[in-house]
Unconditional design. Structure first.
Length: 264
């Protein structure tokens, strides 16, 4: 089995793969500082509760945008699972062509999502990841990462609004019954959700317009992505596990267990 981890600014998403099948996933917060022992024991507990023993994990791959977490996390895998970890970065085969001015600036999680989009969906494509940041990446007909747009994430916007304004309460991110809010919470929910829908539709439209690819396939991922995907016709697919699937593909490519991906 393969352990794939996407270490983001707010959460660590962990998936367990049996070949190409994602059989189990769970999340940890990345804002809490942990030692390698805390990471190791916590992961073992989650896995044991799902009926998976640590000895069954034979390899690991990580995509990370949080360098401070990496040392403890990698050591936890080595100490508690006795495995070395593959890290998505320079020197790792991805099969993805990158047209950005500085390829090293493209985040590992964006690369993993693009790899999965190329493998499981049509090209050209626009991949939207609704996480701590909301990222839009454009992949051309030749499966090359060409450009990206980076915006504050939906939860980030909501938290900033509460923290910066004296009397506004924390809210649940969900669509209110009407955009015509009549009390504070539904007013904020309307602004956040419908504002995000409008942002998504406008950015997708402009990316298609400027790239000249009106037929681009639009795939959304990230926890809150489902909420937006259900409310706009500009998103063709919602795939909650897109980044995890990409990490599995990258691992298998580098481990010699699969040929470079082809569109399916």
């Amino acid at each position: 089995m393969l352990l794939a981890a996407d270490i983001g600014n707010a959460q660590i998403k962990i998936g367990i793969f049996q070949e190409d099948d994602l059989i189990y996933s769970f999340r940890l917060t990345s804002k809490t500082r942990r030692t390698s022992d805390e990471f190791g024991i916590t992961m073992q507990m989650f896995l044991k509760n799902s009926g998976i023993e640590a000895a069954e994990i034979q390899a690991a791959i990580i995509a990370s945008v949080v360098p401070d977490v990496m040392h403890a996390f990698v050591n936890a895998l080595k100490k508690y699972f006795q495995i070395e970890t593959m890290i998505v970065g320079p020197g790792i085969k991805t099969g993805l062509k990158i047209g950005a001015e500085n390829p090293k600036e493209v985040g590992a999680e964006m690369i993993a999502a693009a790899v999965a989009a190329n493998h499981y969906y049509a090209s050209p494509s626009i991949v939207i990841d609704f996480s701590t940041t909301t990222t839009y990446q454009y992949i051309d007909a030749d499966q090359k990462f060409e450009a990206a747009v980076i915006c504050p994430g939906i939860r980030t916007m909501a938290d900033a609004l509460v923290q910066s304004t004296a009397r506004l309460p924390e809210i649940e991110i969900r669509k209110p019954k009407s955009i015509l809010g009549r009390e504070t919470i539904s007013c904020i929910q309307a602004g956040i959700v419908y504002g995000s829908i409008g942002q998504t539709e406008y950015i997708v439209r402009k990316m298609k317009e400027e790239s000249g690819t009106q037929n681009a396939c639009v795939i959304a991922t990230g926890g809150i992505g489902r909420l937006i995907a259900e409310e706009t016709a500009c998103i063709d697919y919602y795939d909650r596990d897109l980044t995890m699937k990409g990490l599995n593909l990258i691992y298998r490519m580098n481990a010699g267990k699969t040929k470079q991906y082809e569109n399916r």
